[in-house]
Design a protein around this ligand. Sequence first.
Ligand code: ADP
Ligand code: MG
Length: 240
Amino acid sequence: MREERRTKIIEQALASGRSLLTPQECVELLSLYGIPLPPSLLAKTSSEATEMAAKLGFPVVLKIASDDIVHKSDVGGVRVGINSKEELEMVYAEIMASVKKNCPGARIEGVLVQPMIKGVQEVIVGIKRDPSFGPVVLLGLGGVWVELLRDVSLRICPVARDDVLEMLKELKGYPLLNGYRGSKPVDLEALIDLTLKVSQLALDLPALSEMDLNPVMLQEQGKGCIAVDYRMIITKPEVD
Ligand code: ADP
Ligand code: MG
């Protein structure tokens, strides 16, 4: 079942000439592997977004939904912590104005409405397919740790539980995950579990050339983790 479904998703995307999977396709593939995601509802108008926010419960997050925009926050396309209908209406208009100004010509589907997820730390879990080694999994702490300090750790797939733990311990920022100076220790077991699922997904999908779960929100020990942003790129695998 799972195999049929994932093959179908990839084949359809390849047949339509797309290399970037839609958010809906990503959600379906990630869910097939039990990777935890927040509910994410597509709204085409401000009033639809309000309805969806009411369904999910405030506070919510709004994100621009467009295949043409990769880094949503760089263009003012992500707003977090929206607490009411009035605030949402204002933020919706601000997002649309900002995106139109920064990305004129981008095709806009609407916005994604997600519940606000509170994390203790943000991390990145990624995949990149190497021509000789196959899929390589990447782990890093979010934000400046990756962007400024390039603090990441890499392994060739498949990885086992012990490999992932070792990857985490290699990170300079590892103490931040482990309750540094009174901060709450995060759910490392959940992160390890998610990383193992990502490794399996990459091995099962030869067409997957790149994937980013960025960020994965890590919650307190015992409370899990959840991937709030995802991007998957496919290319037709070469047959030899
Ligand atoms: P992009 O990477 O395209 O700019 P993201 O979806 O990663 O967009 O959102 C940017 C940032 O907003 C994230 O790094 C995270 O800090 C925050 N964020 C995104 N979604 C949520 C959410 N559901 N709950 C809480 N914070 C979020
Ligand atoms: Mg992101």
